[in-house]
Design a protein around this ligand. Structure first.
Ligand SMILES: Cc1ncc(COP(=O)(O)O)c(C=O)c1O
Length: 386
């Protein structure tokens, strides 16, 4: 694909090093990692090497990692698995109105099953206040689930503080860190969480693979039933090529250090400032740069629909996204932006721009030129915000 891809929070290109690491496992190094013969042992070694690389990325022990089919399964395993494993007095789940569907949906399923689920709203900056979470914690709270960084605004949440308060009350803590590898440092001990989920395709790894990290001594009930893979927590023959790719992507992030992240932050900041300066009646919904992912900017243009903007930019070969949901009856604005207090028309006029490590200065310039032209054209054409 050619063009300008500014939708890296949706998915990222697989790094050449990742593909290279995977290729042998898609051709001559085949077998079943659970077999005890030489073929199986070779695969098992590759899977365990990947486990070490992923553990190193998040500062955890390899033994705490369970490989899954992606971030969605990792989050479901933590939330539903913890709820099913701890069937005692604690029947309350505390989460936020910012969460991705892979957290919000299992929480809603638990509400239907009789759990009390509290969705704490964020402030206007897209960050949930630790005090707002603390205010609803009590001795009935089984689990607190707060994402490490939001996919739509990039807002980094105060997970370490929330985790401290939650653990003081005896609650377990889960964080959805799917958006974070390659964009910010992740240290499970500094965060103080019990569960952390990631997915490969968000950091230049393969699709269809992810991992749930669990603190030692924490238990979940498995969601799938079958053979005894992954310490009995996730049955199914190991996706060895995918896991090897996840390990290679983790190694790349660890080796890269934070230099490229600083470049990304500077590029995003320039994009946002220039867009706001050059386009009248525009606004940013992401929090200040020091409290957000280095690659994400959520921008709104009054009098223009984000969805129309997305389509017009697509015609120009530029990929961005919106948090809106299209259906036959129209477009629903992003629940995240609404929860932050944006009006419906402002939420509908918003787009998410998410850069990647391969994004160049020239691409940002061309995007800015096209964006200004397309917004002006749509305003002149009378596109309405709602
Ligand atoms: C914050 C967040 N959590 C979870 C997911 C789901 O991850 P996966 O695509 O690996 O299932 C996504 C993907 O968009 C995400 O942005």
């Amino acid at each position: 694909m050619t063009g300008i891809y500014l939708d890296h929070n949706a998915s990222t290109p697989m790094a050449p090093e990742v593909l290279e690491a995977m290729l042998p496992y898609l051709s001559d190094r085949w077998g079943n990692a659970s077999s005890i013969h030489a073929w199986g042992r070779a695969l098992k070694k590759a899977v365990e090497d990947a486990r070490e690389a992923v553990a190193c990325l998040i500062g955890g022990r390899p033994r705490g990692l369970v490989f899954t089919s992606g971030g969605t399964e990792a989050n479901n395993l933590a939330i539903l698995g913890a709820a099913r494993a701890h069937r005692g007095e604690r029947r309350k789940i505390v989460t936020t109105s910012l969460e991705h569907a892979s957290v919000a949906a299992p929480c809603k399923a638990l509400a239907k099953a009789g759990f009390e689920v509290v969705f704490v709203p964020p402030g206007a900056d897209g960050c949930v206040a630790a005090e707002a979470i603390e205010a609803v914690l009590d001795e009935r709270t089984l689990l607190v689930s707060v994402m490490l960084a939001n996919n739509e605004t990039g807002a980094v949440q105060p997970v370490a503080r929330i985790a401290r308060a939650a653990r003081e009350r005896g609650a377990l803590v889960h964080t959805d860190a799917v958006q974070c590898p390659g964009k910010m440092a992740i240290e499970v001990d500094e965060l103080g969480v019990d569960f952390l989920g990631i997915g490969g395709h968000k950091f230049n790894g393969p699709h269809g693979v992810g991992a749930l990290w669990m603190r030692e001594g924490t238990t979940v009930e498995k969601l799938l039933h079958g053979a005894d893979h992954e310490r009995g927590l996730r049955p199914g023959t190991a996706n060895a090529p995918g896991i090897v790719g996840l390990g290679a992507a983790a190694r790349l992030v660890t080796a890269r250090g934070d230099g490229p992240t600083r470049r990304l932050a500077a590029l995003t900041e320039r994009l946002e400032r220039q867009a706001l300066r050059s386009i009248p009646d525009s606004f940013a919904s992401s929090p200040p740069f020091e409290r957000r992912l280095p690659n994400t900017s959520n921008l709104g243009f009054r009098g223009v629909e984000g969805e129309s903007l997305l389509l017009a930019l697509d015609m120009e070969g530029i990929a961005i996204s919106t948090g809106s949901a299209c259906h036959s009856g129209g477009v629903d604005p992003s629940p995240v932006l609404l929860a932050m207090g944006l009006t419906r028309p402002d939420a509908l006029s918003s787009i998410r721009v998410s850069l990647g490590h391969s994004t160049t200065d020239d691409e940002v310039d061309r995007f800015l030129e096209t964006l200004a032209r397309v917004v002006a054209g749509q305003r002149a054409g009378g596109a309405a915000g709602d």
